[in-house]
Design a protein around this ligand. Structure first.
Ligand code: MEV
Length: 423
């Protein structure tokens, strides 16, 4: 049977339709121009003048908590989708990803300048008025409770000796990403408090993108045999991957690149599903410090002859509201993921991050990444030069024969030669 990656775009769409993953109604979103109607785009940002499409692809072979998925990824970098699907395939052979998620809420900071004479004044204020504060929070967004969300916790802190004090609200946004909900509640509570607190000036009320309470974990195993390359035994590849992961933990220079490889996969799914990539990156990096330089861990299980990987990362994602409800592509991506709730989506995205990390390290510690990257680069040069699908292979092989001189001009020359030879 022809593999998914060997099909043309039109054949892939036909297969997805046959599988029931998409309907006829979805086709115009994927094939018509523009995918984002001007009426929608013009109301999403200010001074809109056009759209900025990036390719949407499917990373194949994911099995996450027993469910087989093709994961939509929006990304301009060649090899990101292939890399994620490649590792997912090896992981699927050993049972797939197992995920667990904590979605306990997002913190909003209500910040005051000036500290009450006695810190306890603020604490007592919050303690005595907790019921009223909860009511203010509820009234600011009454529908939140019906979606399973709401104010979970209130705490008070003083930034010692620096002249600031704050009231923190822990708010569960339900299945939404939560920025609007949380900021609306924070501003309402801030207004209520400031009227009743003498000697304190409200500086701001805003959510924190440090979302320790919205985190996803995924675990995966790969048989040594599935890791072997043409010239390296699988156990050796596994041992070298563990060494590469260990090096990222001790070298800040390497950790930055290691983490970029993880975010390659994560950002692509976050973008495809209409979530906020900046929020996800801010949250993920806020979780790191000198003692914890990355989100993944890799070890070897000698007894089972398997490589074992895990990821633990804050991922404050939503599955409803915002761009997820307005962008046709995002709606379609969520449909392709079987309409996950926010927790499920977090598990999926964490799994893609782990897969991306695995694939990058396997390539790095064996043949290096350039061989695979260059093939995709050559293909994109051939396409830019105007090669038709049936002309891609000969032009790519011409470029591969002399990689040092591979350029758009060379690709165009190779294409001309090919066409002349067939005249
Ligand atoms: C390239 O986009 C990402 C990698 O550099 C990640 C890594 O080095 O782990 C391959």
């Amino acid at each position: 049977m022809t593999k998914f990656y060997e099909l043309s775009t039109a054949e892939r769409l036909a297969q997805l339709r046959d599988e029931g993953a998409i309907d006829d109604d979805d086709l115009p979103v994927l094939t018509d121009e523009p995918a984002l109607p001007t009426g929608v785009a013009a109301n999403m940002v200010e001074n809109q003048i056009g759209n900025f499409p990036v390719p949407l692809g499917l990373a194949d072979h994911f099995v996450i908590d027993g469910e087989a998925l093709r994961v939509p990824m929006a990304v301009e970098e060649p090899s990101v989708i292939a890399a994620a699907g490649n590792a997912a395939h090896r992981i699927a052979r050993a049972g797939g990803f197992r995920t667990s998620v904590h979605r306990d809420g997002i913190t909003a900071q209500i910040v005051f300048t000036g500290i009450p004479e006695d810190f306890e004044v603020l604490q007592t204020f919050v303690h005595e008025r907790e019921a009223e504060i909860r009511k203010v929070a509820h009234d600011a967004h009454p529908s939140l409770q019906t979606y399973g969300g709401g104010l979970r916790n209130i705490s008070v802190s003083v930034v010692c000796g620096k002249g600031f004090s704050e009231i923190d609200l822990l708010i569960d946004p339900g299945d939404a990403m939560g920025a609007n909900v949380v900021n609306t509640i924070a501003e309402a509570v801030a207004k209520y408090c400031v009227k009743r607190l003498d000697g304190l000036d409200l500086l701001m009320a805003i959510l924190s993108n440090d979302t320790q309470n919205q985190r996803a974990r995924a675990q995966a195993r790969i048989d040594f045999d599935s890791l072997a390359t043409r010239d390296m035994d699988g156990s050796e590849v596994a041992r070298r991957i563990v060494a590469a992961a260990r090096f990222a933990e001790i070298s800040p220079l390497r950790a930055a690149t290691h983490n970029k490889g993880i975010m390659n996969g994560i950002n692509a799914v976050v973008l495809a599903t209409g979530n906020d990539t900046r929020n996800i990156n801010a949250a993920a990096y806020a979780d790191l410090n000198d003692q914890r330089r990355t989100w993944t861990k890799w070890s070897v299980d000698e007894q089972c002859r398997q490589l074992v990987g895990s990821i633990d990362i804050p991922l404050p994602l939503g599955s409803v509201g915002g761009a997820m409800s307005t962008l046709p592509m995002a709606k379609l991506s969520l449909k392709l993921l079987h309409r996950p709730d926010a927790s499920r989506l977090m598990g999926i995205v964490a799994s893609v991050g782990l897969a991306s990390n695995c694939s990058a390290m396997r390539a790095l510690v064996t043949r290096g990444i350039q061989e695979g990257h260059m093939n995709l680069q050559f293909k994109s040069l051939a396409m830019s030069a105007g090669a038709r699908p049936e002309e891609l292979a000969p032009v790519v092989s011409g470029l591969r024969a002399d990689p040092a001189h591979a350029s758009l001009e060379t690709a165009a020359n190779l294409l001309t030669q090919l066409r002349n030879a067939l005249k």
